[in-house]
Ligand binder design. Structure first.
Ligand code: PMP
Length: 363
C-alpha cells in the first residue's frame, strides 16, 4: 500500500449495495423494491431488447472502436459534428477521461458540496487538489465557485440537475457563469438527468460550446434511456477536446451491446417519453406523501427525491431495508439527516410510502 500514489491511498471505495438476491436471502424477504440507484423503473425498452438479441451472434468480433453509427446518430440528434463526441463506458468513464486529459497533480478541481461523488474521486485519483465549495440551498453557489478559481484551477464540475440533491441551475445562471470562467478552466456540465428536466427549462448547453470552447457537456443512457447495466455515456465538446480525450481512451471502451442498445434507445422516443411521464407521476406521488406527512424534501429535477427524515436517517434506512425497500443514505454527501429515494413505478413508490407509515406507527 505504501507504494500507491498518495491521492489513491486516501480514497474510499465506491459504496455499492449487495446484489438484490443476496439481500433477499439475508433479510428473509422476497420482492425487494429497489429505489436506490436512480434507475429506470420501466426496465429496458422492448426495441432495445430486440436489437440486443440480434447482436449476440456477432459478439466474437471486437466492437467498432470509433462508435461510428452511435456518434452519427447523436451528432444528427444534437446538431453537432461526430468529431465533437467522445463515447464512454457510462458517463463516469468520460468524466474520468476528462480529468486524466486535463488535470495534473499540481492542479485544483472545483465542485460543489453535496455534488456527485465521482468528481472528488477522479480528482483525488490523479493526486490533484479537490476544492468543494459550500452549497447554497443544497445546490451550486456559482458565485462562490467562481471566487474559488485560481491560477491552478483546471476544471469545474457542475451537475445539472445535481445528484443526490436534485437541485437545478437555470440557463440564465449557467450562461452568466460561463461568461466569467477564465479560459484556462474547463467547465464540465454533467447532464446525466437532462431528459427529466422540462423542455422549457433546459439550457441550450450543447449550442453554447461554439461560444465557449472550454465547455464540456456529458450525458448518459443510464437514466431515462434505461441502460444503466450496459454502461453507455458520452461527452459533447469542442472537436479539439474530443481529439485529446480520444488519444487516451481505451479503444473499445464502449462494448458492442452497449453501442447497439444506445442506438436503439435513441430511436425509441416513445419509451423515453413514457419514462419521463412515469417519473413525473411518481415524483408527484412522493412529494404529496412528504407534504402530507410534513417531511421536508429538496425539490428535485431528477428521477429521485431527497427527503429530510431526521437524526436517525441510517436507522430508518435499516428499518426500510427490513421491510424490503432499499433507498440510499447520503451521509457520505454531508447530508446525514436525509435519505435519497429513486422514483419507481406507482406500486414501488407506494411500497416505500407504506413502509414509512408502518415504521412511524411502530415508533
Ligand atoms: N453524473 C451524475 C450526476 C450521476 O448521478 C450519475 C449516476 N449516478 C452519473 C453521472 C454517472 O452515470 P453513468 O456512469 O451510469 O452514466
Amino acid at each position: 500500500a505504501q507504494l500507491a500514489l498518495p491521492g489513491i491511498r486516501g480514497l474510499q471505495p465506491y459504496q455499492a449495495g449487495k446484489p438484490i438476491e443476496e439481500l433477499e436471502r439475508e433479510l428473509g424477504v422476497t420482492d425487494i423494491v429497489k429505489l436506490a440507484s436512480n434507475e429506470n423503473p420501466l426496465g429496458v425498452s422492448p426495441k432495445v431488447a430486440q436489437a440486443l438479441q440480434e447482436k449476440i451472434a456477432g459478439l466474437a468480433r471486437y466492437p467498432d472502436a470509433n462508435g461510428f453509427y452511435l456518434k452519427s446518430a447523436l451528432a444528427e440528434k444534437y446538431g453537432v459534428q461526430p468529431e465533437q463526441i467522445t463515447l464512454g463506458n457510462g458517463s463516469n468513464d468520460v468524466l474520468e477521461l476528462l480529468a486524466r486529459t486535463y488535470v495534473s497533480a499540481e492542479n485544483e478541481v472545483i465542485f460543489a458540496q453535496h455534488a456527485f461523488v465521482v468528481y472528488p474521486l477522479v480528482t483525488k485519483a490523479i493526486g490533484a487538489t479537490p476544492i468543494a465549495v459550500p452549497a447554497k440551498d443544497y445546490g451550486h453557489d456559482l458565485d462562490a465557485m467562481l471566487a474559488a478559481v485560481t491560477e491552478r484551477t483546471r476544471m469545474i464540475f457542475i451537475a445539472n440537475p445535481n445528484n443526490p440533491t436534485g437541485t437545478f441551475l437555470t440557463a440564465d445562471a449557467l450562461y452568466g457563469f460561463l461568461q466569467q470562467v477564465p479560459s484556462h478552466v474547463l467547465v464540465v456540465l454533467d447532464e446525466a438527468y437532462y431528459e427529466y428536466v422540462e423542455a422549457a427549462e433546459r439550457a441550450p448547453s450543447i449550442e453554447w460550446i461554439a461560444e465557449f470552447p472550454n465547455l464540456v457537456v456529458s450525458r448518459t443512457f443510464s437514466k431515462a434511456y434505461g441502460l444503466a447495466g450496459l454502461r453507455a455515456g458520452y461527452a459533447i465538446t469542442h472537436p479539439a477536446v474530443a481529439d485529446l480525450m480520444n488519444r487516451i481512451r481505451q479503444p473499445f471502451n464502449m462494448n458492442e451491446l452497449a453501442l447497439t442498445a444506445a442506438m436503439a434507445a435513441l430511436a425509441d422516443e416513445d419509451f423515453l417519453q413514457r419514462s419521463v411521464q412515469v417519473n413525473c407521476e411518481g415524483m408527484a406521488q412522493l412529494v404529496a406523501f412528504c407534504e402530507q406527512q410534513g417531511l421536508n424534501y429538496i425539490p428535485s429535477h431528477g428521477n429521485f427525491l431527497t427527503i429530510e427524515v431526521g437524526d436517525d436517517a441510517e436507522g430508518l434506512y435499516q428499518k426500510l431495508l427490513h421491510k424490503g425497500v432499499i433507498v440510499r443514505p447520503v451521509t457520505g454527501y454531508e447530508l446525514p439527516r436525509h435519505l435519497r429515494v429513486s422514483i419507481g413505478l406507482r406500486s414501488e413508490n407506494q411500497a416505500f410510502i407504506d413502509a414509512m407509515v408502518a415504521i412511524a406507527n411502530e415508533a
